[in-house]
Design a protein. Structure first.
Length: 416
């Protein structure tokens, strides 16, 4: 790993040595992006990642439906492919360059991961085998130094904590986030033995309350692309219904925009073709009352967004759905269930293991870029960015509506 250097933009000798036999190819066209798919698939498989956000389909669908190309916001492909001395792909940084506005001397040029939305893409990072992480980060640092005239700052978002030692200069405004991964036992009874009292009582309540009122339930697991397509309207309806509830913890309607819905529809159907995407539905007396999108990768199930019918809230149908999904994962002999990001009781009460992620900003060595960043942060502190978003025409903001629950780094830097 390269050591920190006090001089902005300077790559240490250790970093240069690590990167000496590595090259970084920048993918800037849709044709090159499409052609990279087979190597991207192979790298994701070799890396062992269980994050759907690192798949080629995720970045491709996001680029199709959620990228911006207007006078106020313009996204440009800048996918960085790290190759070793034999030309083999050992790392991919799915980056884009966002310009705000897309012209003029005050233009900000922000390098960030594809998926610069406030909620849809939960974790974004460099894709590589863990053993190659040091070399890949070193190559990326050398590349960023060589191209520092073309960007103002780089937003490293949702990366593993090793990022802090992998950059050639201290990151600015470092934030931390947590995700929770539940290790599975061979059987459901064995797993339940390790649960705390509160979750055991919740499980008894959700099952007994349905039985007491003479209601029957069943879990439907939609895995075929055609079935998922038919089930997504219920997901969007129930997700919006949960978001509209008052007097409860706020959950944004992440898929309120037409573009966000089109994105999820597309990426789920494409990932379903590879057996990755699933849509779980809990039916009570034949009616879909709770639903959750999930992705199965690397012997793990990633639990994505959900929705439920408020009229069935007294039955704790989401707890029932989660329990049924976990039992499905055990039956599939998966090793874990990833409960997604955010530190809240809906995740911590299952006794899951906490995984930490960090986010931060790396400034370009150019004095003008550093001045822009300082000025931008001053505007944030004065609340100018929030005001600007409120009065800006639609062409100056992203089409994936931010809403509540925005990731703290994204909220701070307004890079979405």
């Amino acid at each position: 790993m390269p050591a920190n250097d006090a001089r902005a933009g300077v790559i240490t000798e250790a970093c240069r040595a690590d990167a000496a036999n590595r090259s970084v190819q920048v993918i800037g066209t849709s044709e090159e992006f499409e052609a990279l798919a087979p190597q991207w698939h192979a790298l994701v498989l070799a890396s062992g990642t269980n994050l759907p956000f690192q798949t080629w389909e995720w970045s491709s669908s996001w680029w199709t439906y959620l990228r911006e190309h207007g006078p106020g916001v313009r996204d440009l492909l800048r996918v960085c492919v790290v190759r070793n001395s034999t030309g083999k792909v050992i790392g991919i940084a799915p980056l884009m360059l966002t310009e705000r506005p897309s012209f003029g001397p005050l233009r900000l040029r922000i390098l960030q991961f594809i998926g610069a939305d406030p909620n849809i893409t939960e974790l974004k990072s460099l894709i590589c085998h863990p053993d190659d992480a040091g070399e890949c980060y070193a190559a990326m640092q050398a590349h960023l130094a060589d191209t520092s005239a073309k960007w103002d700052w780089m937003a490293w978002d949702g990366c593993e904590t090793g990022l802090l030692n992998a950059v050639s200069q201290p990151l600015r405004d470092v934030q931390s986030d947590s995700a929770y991964v539940l290790a599975l036992a061979p059987t459901w009874p064995q797993l339940k033995q390790g649960f705390k009292r509160n979750i055991k009582e919740s499980l008894r309540h959700c099952y007994n309350s349905l039985k007491r009122d003479g209601l029957t339930f069943q879990l439907d697991v939609l895995e075929e692309a055609s079935d998922i397509a038919l089930g997504l309207p219920d997901f969007f309806r129930l997700h919006a219904a949960r978001a509209a509830l008052k007097g409860v913890p706020i959950h944004a309607d992440v898929f309120v925009s037409r573009q966000a819905q089109a994105f999820l529809h597309d990426v789920c159907l494409r990932l379903a073709e590879r057996g990755v995407a699933k849509l779980f539905q809990l039916r009570v007396n034949g009616q879909v009352v709770a639903t959750r999108v999930a992705f199965e990768m690397a012997n793990s199930l990633y639990m994505y967004y959900s929705g439920w019918e408020p009229a069935y809230g007294k039955y704790s149908v989401m707890t029932t759905l989660h329990a049924e999904i976990i039992q499905h994962a055990i039956a599939r002999r998966l090793s874990s269930v990833h409960l997604s990001t955010g530190k809240d009781v809906s995740k911590t009460r299952w006794g899951a293991h906490e995984v930490s992620y960090v986010s931060g900003v790396q400034l370009s060595a150019r004095l003008s870029s550093q001045a822009k960043y300082v000025a931008y942060q001053a505007g944030i502190q004065l609340g100018l960015a929030k005001t600007a978003r409120a009065i800006a025409p639609a062409k100056f903001v992203r089409r994936s509506t931010p809403g509540e629950g925005v990731h703290p780094v994204l909220r701070s830097f307004n890079v979405y």
